[in-house]
Design a protein around this ligand. Structure first.
Ligand code: WT7
Length: 656
C-alpha cells in the first residue's frame, strides 16, 4: 500500500472543444494530430527533440549527442552544439521580417514605442558593445533591475548575444532582496533605470541599487542607468553611467557569439517556501528550443498575430513568453509598463484595443481582480481582435475561467491554462488550442515530449481521479540544470523527494494533481498547502473554487488550523465582490455552499472576511502566512516576497 496522497473532491463536467474555424487555421489542428505528436515523442524523445532543434533553430555547429543523462539529475542537451539565442531571436529574421514590429511597447503614462526587428537588432548590438566596453566578457554575470521598458529586453538580448549570463531581478523587490541576488550571482554590471511608472507613481529603482551596493558585499563594478522617469538620481562617479551616453558612440556591429549549448544563459531566483531563494540555472540550446516551440504551438502563433503576455520580465514568464519565445518565432510581442489602477481600471483593455492584440496571456490573480472591478471596463472597449487567451501562475477557479471566456473572450476564444514553473523553463501541461477541448480549471494534457504523471511517493502512478504528486518521468530540453552554486539542493528538492528507482529519476514539481478519465490533469495546489481533515488530505484549489463559485465571493484562500479532533480544521479567508458585505449570515451561507458543492468533509470551520489576501509580487496567495494567522501564532518564515505588507497587518488586527 502506498503512502496517502491527496483526495480529490471537485467535479467539473463542462467541456469546450475548439471551433472548426479555429482548428482549421491552427498550427496543431486536431486531437489526432496532437496524439500522433505525443506518441511519437514518447516513443523516441531524443529523435523528437533533435528533429525540432534542426528544423526550428539556427545552429553554428551541430551537436554530437542529443542528451547526456549519464549523471542524473544533471542533464546536458545538444552536447557540443553551438548556438546563440540572440541570433535566433533577431539576426535570422532580418531577411524576411526587418520591418515587422518586434516589440510594441506601451508606457503607463500613455507614451508608446515600436521597435522593428531591424531596429531591435541594432539596439541589441549597440548595447552588447556597451557591455563589452565596460569589461563584460563571456561568462560574466549581469544584473538587470528594470521597469517594463524596451531596454529591459534589449539588455537581456545583449547579454545573450555576448554570452554574459543575466540575472533579472524584479523591479518591485527591495534593496536587500536585490543585494542577495547580486551577491549570489557574482554580478559585475547592473543595468537599471532611474525609476518606472506603476499605478500613477514613480517606483524608484536607482536608489535601491545604491542601497544594495552600499555595504560593499557585491562585486558590482558598473551601473548603467536608463533615463525613464526623469527625477533626480545621484550618480556615483566612476561607477554609474547613463545608458543614453554610452549608446551614443556604440557600434551597431556585434556578431553573435557562438555559445556552447550548455553555456549558462541566465540565473533566475525563485523563492523556496522558506529559506533563501534558489538561483535557477537555465542554459542556452535546450532553453531556446523549448521556449520557441512551446510559444509557437501553444499560442498558435500566426504571422500577423499581436501577442501580449502581461508578465514582468522579472519572472520566468517574462523571460520565456514576453521576450525569448515570441522573438525566436519572429512574432510581435507587446510590453506594457503599467498595472490596472484606480485612475484606469480598464488599462489592459485599452492596450488590447489600441494595438489590436490577438493573443493575450495573463494570470488568474489578474482575472479575479478584473471580475471584482466590474464588467463595464472590458465591455466598453473593443476586444474583437482577440482570438486566443491564456492563463498561468496558479490553478484557475472554474468560475474565473468562465468569466474570462465570456467577458474577455466573447465566447469565441479558446483558453490555454498553462501549467509550468520557473524550473521547467517553459509550459509543460496545456491545451494546444486547435486540438484539445478544454475543461474549466484543467490544464488538460502534457505538451508533446513531456512525460508527466501523477504519482505516489514511491513513484507509482496513482489511479484515475485519485490525487497525488505531479511529476515528470523524462528530462526535457527546457529543464533547469541546477541551483546556482548548490547542486545538492537541486538534487534533493526536485529529484530525491520521490526516490529514484533503478536509475530512473523522477522530477518532483511540488504540486498536487489528479488525472481524470480523459487523462486531463487537474492541478490542486502546492503540496505544502495540503490540509488534513480527519485523515482526508485536501488540496486548496478545490475548496477555494467552491467558494469562488458563490456570487458574493471574489477570491478565497483556505488553510488548515490545528484541531484536536479532526487534526486540522479548514479556515477560509474570503474577499467579496462589489457591493457584498461581510456578515454572520453570509459566513453561514458560504459554509453551506461549500458543503453542497463538494461535501461535508470540506466544510470550513471558520470564514474570515478580508479586504485583500497576502500575495507574492507575482500574484500567488501566500497561504503559509495565512496558516500562521489562522493558528494564532507569530508569522514565521520569509516575508520578503510579500507584495503589500499592510494586507497582513490588517488581517492580523481584524482577526484579534
Ligand atoms: C508554480 C510555479 C510558471 C510561470 C509562473 C509561475 C503554480 C503555475 C499553473 C497552472 C495550476 C499553476 C504551480 C507551480 N502554477 N501555473 N496553470 N495551474 N498551478 O512560476 O513562480 O515558478 O510558480 O505555480 O504551483 O508549481 P513559478
Amino acid at each position: 500500500m502506498s503512502q496517502p496522497t491527496i483526495e480529490s473532491i471537485l467535479q467539473e463536467d463542462r467541456l469546450f472543444p475548439p471551433t472548426a474555424e479555429f482548428s482549421q487555421l491552427a498550427r496543431i489542428k486536431s486531437l489526432e494530430e496532437y496524439q500522433t505528436l505525443y506518441d511519437r515523442a514518447k516513443a523516441d524523445p531524443l529523435k523528437f527533440w533533435s528533429e525540432l532543434a534542426e528544423q526550428e533553430l539556427h545552429w553554428f555547429q551541430h551537436w554530437d549527442t542529443v542528451l547526456d543523462w549519464n549523471n542524473p539529475p544533471f542533464a546536458k542537451w545538444f552536447v557540443n552544439g553551438k548556438i546563440n539565442l540572440s541570433y535566433n531571436c533577431l539576426d535570422r529574421h532580418l531577411e524576411t521580417r526587418a520591418n515587422k514590429p518586434a516589440i510594441v511597447w506601451e508606457g503607463e503614462p500613455g507614451d508608446s514605442k515600436t521597435l522593428t526587428y531591424a531596429e531591435l537588432h541594432q539596439e541589441v548590438c549597440k548595447f552588447a558593445n556597451v557591455l563589452k566596453s565596460l569589461g563584460v566578457k563571456k561568462g560574466d554575470g549581469v544584473g538587470i533591475y528594470m521597469p517594463m521598458v524596451p531596454e529591459a529586453a534589449i539588455a537581456m538580448l545583449a547579454c545573450a548575444r555576448i554570452g554574459a549570463p543575466h540575472s533579472v531581478v524584479f523591479g518591485g523587490f527591495s534593496a536587500e532582496a536585490l543585494r542577495d541576488r547580486l551577491v549570489n550571482a557574482e554580478v559585475k554590471v547592473v543595468v537599471t533605470a532611474d525609476g518606472g511608472w506603476r499605478k500613477d507613481a514613480i517606483v524608484p529603482l536607482k536608489p535601491q541599487v545604491d542601497k544594495a551596493l552600499a555595504e560593499g558585499t557585491t562585486v558590482v563594478e558598473k551601473v548603467v542607468v536608463v533615463k525613464r522617469t526623469g527625477q533626480d538620481v545621484s550618480m556615483v562617479s566612476d561607477r554609474d553611467l547613463w545608458w543614453h551616453d554610452l549608446e551614443k558612440d556604440a557600434s551597431t556591429d556585434c556578431p553573435a557569439e557562438p555559445m556552447d549549448s550548455e553555456d549558462m544563459l541566465f540565473i533566475l531566483y525563485t523563492s523556496g517556501s522558506t529559506g533563501k531563494p534558489k538561483g535557477v540555472v537555465h542554459t542556452t540550446g535546450g532553453y531556446n528550443l523549448y521556449a520557441h516551440i512551446t510559444t509557437q504551438w501553444i499560442f498558435d502563433l500566426q504571422e500577423n498575430d499581436v501577442y501580449w503576455c502581461t508578465a514582468d520580465v522579472g519572472w520566468i514568464t517574462g523571460h520565456s513568453y514576453v521576450v525569448y519565445g515570441p522573438l525566436s518565432n519572429g512574432a510581435t510581442t507587446v510590453m506594457y509598463e503599467g498595472a490596472p489602477r484606480a485612475s484606469n481600471p480598464g488599462c489592459f483593455w485599452d492596450v488590447i484595443e489600441k494595438h489590436k492584440v490577438s493573443v493575450f496571456y495573463t494570470a488568474p490573480t489578474a482575472i479575479r481582480a478584473f471580475i471584482k472591478m466590474g464588467d463595464e471596463h472590458p465591455n466598453s472597449r473593443d476586444l474583437s481582435s482577440l482570438r486566443l487567451l491564456g492563463t498561468v501562475g496558479e490553478p484557475i477557479n472554474p468560475e474565473a475561467w468562465m468569466w474570462y471566456k465570456s467577458v474577455i473572450g466573447g465566447d469565441r476564444c479558446p483558453i490555454v491554462d498553462t501549467w509550468w514553473q520557473t524550473e521547467t523553463g517553459g509550459i509543460m501541461i496545456t491545451p494546444l488550442p486547435g486540438a484539445i477541448a478544454t475543461k474549466p480549471g484543467s490544464a488538460t494534457l502534457p505538451f508533446p515530449g513531456i512525460l508527466a504523471d501523477v504519482v505516489d511517493l514511491d513513484g507509482n502512478s496513482v489511479p484515475t481521479n485519485e490525487g497525488g504528486y505531479l511529476a515528470v518521468r523524462h528530462p526535457w530540453p527546457g529543464m533547469m540544470r541546477t541551483v546556482y552554486k548548490d547542486p545538492d539542493r537541486f538534487r534533493k528538492t526536485y529529484w530525491e523527494h520521490i526516490p529514484p528507482k533503478d536509475g530512473n529519476y523522477i522530477y518532483f514539481a511540488g504540486d498536487g494533481a489528479r488525472r481524470d478519465a480523459d487523462g486531463y490533469f487537474w492541478v490542486m495546489g502546492r503540496v505544502d498547502d495540503v490540509i488534513n481533515v480527519a485523515g482526508h488530505r485536501l488540496g486548496t484549489m478545490e475548496v477555494e473554487s467552491a467558494l469562488v463559485s458563490h456570487p458574493a465571493v471574489a477570491e478565497a484562500a483556505v488553510v488548515g488550523k490545528p484541531d484536536e479532533i479532526k487534526g486540522q480544521d479548514i479556515v477560509a479567508f474570503v474577499t467579496l465582490e462589489g457591493t457584498h458585505q461581510p456578515s454572520e449570515d453570509l459566513a453561514k451561507e458560504l459554509k453551506k455552499h461549500v458543503v453542497s458543492e463538494i461535501g461535508a468533509i470540506a466544510r470550513p470551520g471558520e470564514i474570515r472576511f478580508a479586504d485583500a489576501l497576502p500575495k507574492t509580487r507575482s500574484g500567488k496567495i501566500m497561504r503559509r502566512l495565512l496558516r500562521d494567522l489562522a493558528a494564532g501564532v507569530e508569522i514565521s518564515g520569509d516575508t520578503s516576497t510579500l507584495e503589500d505588507r499592510s494586507v497582513l497587518e490588517k488581517l492580523r488586527t481584524e482577526g484579534s
